[in-house]
Design a protein around this ligand. Structure first.
Ligand code: SF4
Ligand code: SF4
Length: 108
C-alpha cells in the first residue's frame, strides 16, 4: 500500500489502520489463536504479514477480522491519543515504528 499523508485529524474511518502495523502485545488471557501470534524477543505479539499489517487485518476492507475478540491492547488504543498521533505521523513520513505496544495506561 502506498504511503499517504495522514489527515490532520485522527479518524479511524479515514486512516489506513496504521496502528495495526505496531508490535501489539498479546496476553494469554486474550485467547488469540496461536496462528495469529508470534514471539518477538520472548514476548507474545500479533503476527504481521509481509505488508507490515497485523495478520488479523482484513486487507480488502482495512478492518480487523477479529474485532470482537481482539487483544486488550487493541481495545485500549485511543483514537487521537499520543500513540495514534505518533504512528500516523511516522507512517506519513514513511517510517515504520517497531516498538512494542503495551498500552498499560494510555489516556489520550
Ligand atoms: S486509532 Fe489512530 S492509527 Fe488507529 S486506525 Fe484509528 S486513527 Fe488510525
Ligand atoms: S488484532 Fe485487529 S485491531 Fe489489533 S492490531 Fe490486529 S487487526 Fe488491528
Amino acid at each position: 500500500m502506498a504511503t499517504v499523508a495522514a489527515p490532520a485529524k485522527a479518524e479511524c474511518s479515514s486512516c489506513d489502520a496504521v496502528c495495526c502495523r505496531l508490535l501489539v502485545m498479546v496476553e494469554p488471557e486474550d485467547g488469540i489463536a496461536p496462528h495469529l501470534t508470534t514471539e518477538v524477543g520472548g514476548m507474545l505479539v500479533m503476527a504481521r504479514g509481509e505488508d507490515g499489517w497485523c495478520v488479523a487485518m482484513d486487507a480488502s476492507r482495512m478492518r480487523c477480522s477479529i474485532y470482537d475478540a481482539r487483544p486488550d491492547t487493541c481495545r485500549r488504543f485511543h483514537m487521537g491519543g499520543p500513540y495514534c498521533e505518533a504512528v500516523r505521523e511516522d507512517y506519513a513520513r514513511g517510517i515504520d515504528r517497531t516498538i512494542p505496544l503495551h498500552l498499560s495506561g494510555e489516556t489520550g
